[in-house]
Design a protein around this ligand. Sequence first.
Ligand code: CA
Length: 227
Amino acid sequence: MPRILIIEDEPDMASGLKDNFEFEGHEVIVAQDGESGLAMALSHAPDLILLDIMLPKKSGLDVCRELRMRKNKTPIIMLTAKGQEIDKVLGLELGADDYITKPFSVRELLARVKAVLRRYPDKDEETSESVTMGHLTLNFHYYEATDLNGPVDLTHREFELLKYFYEHAGKTISRDELLNHVWGYESYPTSRTVDNHILNLRKKLEPDPTHPRHLLTVHGVGYKYIT
Ligand code: CA
């Protein structure tokens, strides 16, 4: 069962969530401030993090930012307070996977958690399995790609992009989201960079790159991968 890290400073909220997730069969660990939360996220390898925003010592947004800067990809659901719209926008831009606004029902949170975990298959399973995207057979762990003619050269970035699309199949993804998740913060590419990468990827995986069937443009928004 997936291990969940709850970073939440309100004791009642933290213990209520802990009970509920344990009841569902999860292993739960709790941190009560941002600093220890960040440390536990890095040392305990949770499968998912529930991250409050208003935290002592280090805010949830900072925890999220620092995890993503360290290339830590643990899924994060932010717990935001009502009226703090800006926080959830920021949180998603910083690389959180979803948010839920307090007060929320436990049932709704459990559903969100399940949905996010579904997008991130078991770390162990992920390693050896190959997946098919259009023409390509890909192994994201070994960075191998083949088509009917044999090995295909993909850059590390192209692998990361395809992996992101694969994990979010069917979902419309904005250029900003791709920039944040795939390029990260150390480089400063433009949305034009994203478009060029997509064009190249289409040449490699689409049967007819001028009429894409898998990597679709969603006009005015971004892209969507469909199987
Ligand atoms: Ca709080």
